[in-house]
Structures are given as structure tokens and as C-alpha cells.
Design a protein around this ligand. Structure first.
Ligand SMILES: [Zn+2]
Length: 337
């Protein structure tokens, strides 16, 4: 009872300001809200290191990107399986339900899109044991609504019972034209997840976001994206407006040119390759950047070195070369082939 009261009080406190997000936590654990140590709510991999359950270049000695937080269960049944419900952290719309665990490394999972926040981020809840049978794609959900039950479903590596957890992501969707990119890449498999395929999603660090929000350094996602650090700044000679920009207009730094003619874009990406700032350039401003050309203006080497699991740019004979991961982001966002 005391625990329940505390959570409610905290939620009320963080939603007191009108424009501040109405944000919840995805599991019944109150450890994070109470400021308790990470060990109490983060589920590590077999290494046992708490860091391995966090977002970022945390696995295989820093070479592997984990795009989520792995959250521990509080309660288990007699067989040792978790019974924790999983909650929607914001109001939103159900965009994808993966009911067949064998179809994805996410196992059974749900993707929500939060269309009443800016940018309209997605949240993803994976490895579920069960999904609320009444939940359908297109349904509206409220903050705190039960989506399913925590578990350990996955098409890939078996997650042992003792390491059952919720894989919780927050991020952006790269392209509405994902299917054509997927086809062009010739993966030799079928895309079963549509737009909500993990390759079309790019996360940011949920824990960092919650920390900034709790400390009241940010009130909204717009604030949070505005304070992201620039890992790479570049110019692109593309005259179209990407659907990413149409869907996330909060990321555009200035109005479109009055005559509607765009010569290109200047963009900033963070250390994971997430584009968080777009400036439309007039043809005059874009002069010198060829059609479809990508020119790196600036790269923060210190930041890139700290996050070496994502290959964004590398230096070759004094000039910057775009790495594989950033290339894919640009292919998806700008339709580059
Ligand atoms: Zn995970």
C-alpha cells in the first residue's frame, strides 16, 4: 500500500505542469522512481554486469549495441516465471503486435506510437510471455494500461527463466518507405514486421531520458532531442523533404524556404546515428554540394570513440568517410541508394 501511494504521488508530481509529459514506468517496480541502485531493476546478461542491461555499446566488450533497457521482474509464479504486468508509459496508439515469438528476436512484442507528443516517438515492449488478448493494432491506449505480461520469448537465443525481463525501447521510425529499402538490400528473407521492423527503428537511451525528465532538465521529448549532442554534422544534396521530417516537424530548426525550393539539408546526428536536427537549405546555401552527395562538416571524435559499436564516420587521409550504420540511416531517411 505504501509503495502504491509513493508511485502515485510521484506520478502526480511529474505531471503537475500542464505541458510536462504524462509519463509512467513500464513495469510495477518502483525502484527507479525511488532512486534505488540500478542493480535493483536492471537485468544483466549472463556476464552478470549491470551495464549489459543498459542502452548503448554495452555488450561484447563495447562492440555490440543494445538499443534498450532490460528490466527485471518483481514477482514470479511457482514455476519461477515472471508475473509482472507491462504498462504503456504514455498514451498512444498500438502500431504493431508480434504474437508469434518465432518471427523475431524480440519474441512476442508490442510497438506503440505516441502521436500526441512531439516528436511522435515509439515505445517497444519485447520478450513478453503474453499479450493482452483484447489488444489490436490501431487501438488507442492510455498511460499505465496493461499491454501484457513480462517474459522471455525470443526467436533467437533462449533467455533462461532467471533472466526473464522486459526489453524496453524508445525511439524514432526512420522511413515510411522501409519496404523498398528492405527489398533493395536483398536480405533473402521476408519482412514480416512492416514499418515496425527493428531495422527501421532507432532508439535513444530510455534511462538517460528518464533521468533528465526526473531531474526536470527536460519536460518533453522536444526538450530532450534539443539537448542531444552532435556526433556528426553533415550536408546532403537532396531536394525532397524526407517523410521523417514530415512526421517529426519538431526537429526542423527553421521554416522551409518561402518559395518551397529546397537545395539540400544540414543535419545533426547523435552518437547512435539518430538524426535530431534538420535545417532546410536554399539552393544558394546548398551550392557546392552535389545531387545526392553527403558531405561531413564536423565530427566529434571523443563522442564517437566512446560509442564505437555504431560506425558513423571514420577518418581516411584527412577526410571523413561515412560508416556502415550512418549510411543505412541516411539510406532510410533520405532514400539514398
Ligand atoms: Zn534487451
Amino acid at each position: 500500500m505504501k509503495r502504491f501511494f509513493l508511485t502515485t504521488a510521484l506520478l502526480l508530481a511529474i505531471t503537475a505542469q500542464a505541458q510536462r509529459l504524462d509519463l509512467g514506468w513500464p513495469t510495477p517496480s518502483t525502484a527507479y522512481l525511488e532512486g534505488r541502485p540500478l542493480e535493483e531493476f536492471i537485468q544483466p546478461t549472463a556476464t552478470g554486469e549491470t551495464n549489459s542491461g543498459l542502452f548503448g555499446c554495452r555488450r561484447s566488450g563495447g562492440a555490440q549495441f543494445h538499443e534498450a533497457l532490460d528490466l527485471k521482474p518483481l514477482k514470479r509464479d511457482r514455476r519461477g516465471e515472471p508475473t509482472d504486468p507491462v504498462f504503456s508509459v504514455l498514451s498512444g496508439v498500438v502500431r504493431y503486435i508480434g504474437r508469434i515469438p518465432g518471427n523475431s528476436n524480440y519474441g512476442r512484442y508490442i510497438v506503440l506510437e505516441h502521436t500526441d507528443v512531439e516528436p511522435a516517438i515509439y515505445t517497444l515492449y519485447a520478450h513478453l510471455a503474453a499479450i493482452d488478448p483484447g489488444l489490436n493494432t490501431g487501438d488507442a491506449v492510455t498511460r499505465g494500461q496493461v499491454l501484457g505480461t513480462m517474459g522471455r520469448s525470443s526467436s533467437g537465443q533462449t533467455i533462461p527463466r532467471e533472466r526473464a525481463h522486459l526489453h524496453f525501447e524508445m525511439g524514432v521510425m526512420l522511413s515510411r518507405d522501409f519496404e523498398s529499402w528492405f527489398h533493395w538490400k536483398k536480405f533473402g528473407s521476408r519482412n514480416q514486421q512492416g514499418l515496425w521492423n527493428g531495422m527501421n527503428l532507432l532508439g535513444f537511451d530510455p534511462l538517460d531520458f528518464y533521468n533528465e525528465f526526473r531531474a526536470r532538465r527536460v519536460d518533453t521529448f522536444r526538450d530532450y532531442f534539443a539537448q542531444m549532442q552532435t556526433a556528426v554534422r553533415l550536408r546532403i544534396g537532396i531536394r525532397r523533404t524526407p517523410d521523417y521530417v514530415m512526421r517529426y516537424p519538431a526537429l526542423v530548426t527553421k521554416p522551409m524556404p518561402a518559395d518551397g525550393v529546397i537545395g539540400g539539408w544540414e543535419i545533426h546526428v547523435n552518437e547512435m546515428g539518430l538524426p535530431f536536427s534538420f535545417t532546410p537549405l536554399t539552393p544558394m546555401e546548398a551550392m557546392g554540394v552535389g545531387i545526392d552527395e553527403v558531405r561531413v562538416l564536423e565530427a566529434n571524435e571523443t563522442l564517437l570513440k566512446q560509442h564505437r559499436c555504431q560506425s558513423l564516420v571514420s577518418s581516411k587521409r584527412g577526410s571523413w568517410v561515412i560508416g556502415r550504420d550512418l549510411q543505412e540511416v541516411l539510406q532510410l531517411v533520405f532514400g539514398l541508394r
